[in-house]
Design a protein around this ligand. Structure first.
Ligand code: FE2
Ligand code: FE2
Length: 147
């Protein structure tokens, strides 16, 4: 077992849970005439990111680790706080793109660390989640182009 793998699993888990919280808040907040499509996409991603957290949590359990709970976390996603104006869909989209880029970086690091540690199962999971985050980023980049 590698400490680096466990640390990255925990970081990824925490980021996914924080993402769920912020996508949910923004999805509800943006659900107006202007923001309806983005709100719908975000609500779908809430389920997907929650699924990511679940898979990471079971990997942590495999290593005898407890998945982080609310008192263990320090929030970092400034860019995903709902904007003052609920019609400011573009700010939310920019925040989502930034959050997806952070997730991509974390999963790239996790793939590398897991491969170094000969932990093929975690490497495989991280590769799968990396592909999901790349797809999320691409989807929101194309939404951004429509503004
Ligand atoms: Fe995710
Ligand atoms: Fe994502």
């Amino acid at each position: 077992m590698s400490d680096e793998v466990v640390d990255l699993l925990k970081q990824a888990y925490v980021d996914e849970v924080e993402t769920v919280m912020n996508y949910l808040a923004n999805a509800i907040y943006l659900e107006t005439l202007d923001g309806e499509d983005v709100a719908e996409d975000l609500m779908e991603d809430v389920q997907e990111e929650l699924g990511h957290a679940e898979e990471l949590g079971y990997r942590l359990r495999y290593y005898g680790e407890v998945p982080p709970a609310s008192m263990d976390i320090k929030p970092t996603q400034d860019m995903l706080q709902p904007p003052a104006d609920s019609t400011d869909v573009e700010t939310v989209v920019d925040g989502v793109i930034e959050a997806e880029e952070d997730a991509i970086e974390t999963y790239e690091s996790l793939v590398a660390a897991a491969e170094d540690a000969d932990d093929y199962v975690t490497a495989d999971l991280a590769t799968e989640l990396l592909a999901d985050e790349q797809a999320h980023k691409a989807a929101f980049l194309s939404i951004k182009k429509s503004f």
